[in-house]
Design a protein around this ligand. Structure first.
Ligand code: AMP
Ligand code: GLY
Length: 426
């Protein structure tokens, strides 16, 4: 069958890599894709939120399934668009409709959902411009640090963690009355601070059945030792050592089952990935956030560990028979290190020639911000390439990644040399 992947990052290259291994694939398209996807599939230049352009490609290329990488097309309703269109309604979309995408699109909605279905999460209240004073009073009942979250999508920047009450009040006013994050902060969620270690668990669901994919931990800060500005993610490890079978069972019983059942009870027919961001507080999992897609760079560590056919699993999602599908994961550990442009996550330059990656065999090179230009591959974004290796231990896998990274060069290349530092046994 012909499949179209929407998106252009390392996550989408990882999807293309895994889907292209399936015997069920005839032609694979990625829109808009990058230089990496172009080497194993056919790139099509379009904006994934331009649904009319997506429709044209789907009909022209006889696409039989669409896999949505990023959240924006889902939150804007690409799945609903397909269902409402006579020519497209039978073509499965992997990713929820608008109603399910609200789990990521609105923090207020996702907190209400968790509360209603008794899913462990931080205590919270939501406020608007009209209830600013109540917001101040609520802050006074909490202890530092204070967590403020813009309700809507704010490109990963809408969460503030503040040390003093004074600062928290000032920021709350900025968000609500001065729209610090635009429309996204017209409602603000204030929540209790959870002190622990973060990890992510990924679920693939057909709306009734689910598979729990491998856990992963990502490294969001630009600097070593988790210092400096937040990025999209500088690396990932899968699985997370402390998330053993007993821990995942806890996550399944307390979080995954009530989430999938809650969606069903609320009449939300959810077909796709649920990315559950967790905080492990003294061995107990709490949900920090839901995303309605896979993570980037977590996907680059998680998918290479899945040994089953991903097309087959996606067919299970589309046909609601996911429980009948085979699902196997290797015991090997995967580590991913992201190579970024100098200056990222602030201003950086593009168009730098990348060399040395073509001959790498013992790691998988996933392209993120790259493109083809005059027979060369050049940088085209902040996050440029994700280098994934498998090994028997985190150390072994990382050693392979770092050894291969030494072969890659582009002007002002930067990366973290301490991915996994907090997970490696003393
Ligand atoms: P979110 O966009 O909800 O994932 O939040 C961004 C980051 O803020 C998370 O990855 C956590 O590191 C942190 N964070 C969010 N909520 C809390 C909380 N309640 N307690 C502690 N840290 C939090
Ligand atoms: N790596 C975090 C995310 O994809 O949201």
């Amino acid at each position: 069958m012909n499949i179209l992947i929407l998106g252009s990052g390392g996550r989408e290259h990882a999807f293309a890599y895994k889907l292209s291994q399936s015997k069920k694939i005839n032609q694979l398209f990625v829109a808009p894709g990058n230089a990496g996807t172009n080497a194993i599939a056919t790139n099509i230049s379009l904006n994934p939120t331009d649904f009319k352009a997506v429709k044209k490609v789907v009909l022209e290329k006889e696409i039989k399934m669409v896999v949505v990488g990023p959240e924006a097309p889902l939150v804007e309703g690409v799945h609903d668009f397909f269902l409402a269109d006579e020519d497209l309604k039978k073509i499965p979309v992997i990713g929820p409709k608008k109603d399910g995408a609200l789990l990521e699109g609105s923090k207020d909605f996702s907190k209400q959902f968790m509360q209603k279905h008794h899913i462990p999460t931080a205590q919270y209240k939501s406020f608007t411009k009209e209830t600013l004073q109540e917001g101040f009073s609520f802050l006074e009942t909490l202890q530092a640090p204070y967590v403020l979250k813009a309700d809507g999508l704010a490109a990963g920047k809408g969460v503030l963690i503040l040390e003093s009450l004074e600062e928290a009040k000032k920021e709350l006013a900025e968000m609500l009355t001065n729209q610090k994050f635009g429309e996204a902060s017209s409602t603000v969620v204030i929540e209790e601070f959870l002190d622990g270690i973060e990890l992510s668990v990924f679920v693939l669901t057909d709306g009734k059945n689910y598979k729990i994919l491998p856990s992963a931990k990502d490294y969001k800060r630009i600097g070593e030792g988790d210092k400096g500005l937040n990025t999209g993610g500088m690396g990932a490890i899968s699985p997370v050592p402390f998330a053993d079978e007993a821990y995942i069972k806890k996550v399944e019983e307390r979080i995954v089952k009530p989430t999938v059942e809650g969606l069903q009870k609320d009449g939300i027919d959810y077909r796709g990935f649920i990315f559950i961001g967790l905080m492990n507080v003294n061995g107990e999992p709490f949900v920090i956030e839901y995303n309605v897609r896979m993570g980037d760079p977590e996907t680059e560590a998680v998918l290479p560990r899945i040994t089953s056919d991903l097309v087959d699993l996606f067919e299970g999602v589309a046909n609601q028979n996911l429980s009948e599908k085979e699902f196997e994961v290797t015991d090997k550990i995967a580590t991913t290190v992201m190579l970024v442009s100098g200056g990222y996550p602030e201003a950086y330059e593009k168009g730098k020639k990348i060399s040395g990656f073509e001959t790498i065999e013992s790691s998988i090179v996933f392209h993120a911000g790259t493109k083809n230009e005059n027979e060369e591959v050049v940088t085209n974004g902040g996050r440029v390439m994700a280098i994934t290796s498998l090994g028997n231990t985190i150390e072994e896998a990382l050693e392979t990644s770092y050894k291969n990274i030494d072969k890659i060069t582009f002007e002002k290349m930067n990366y973290r040399k301490d991915i996994g530092f907090d997970l490696i046994a003393e």
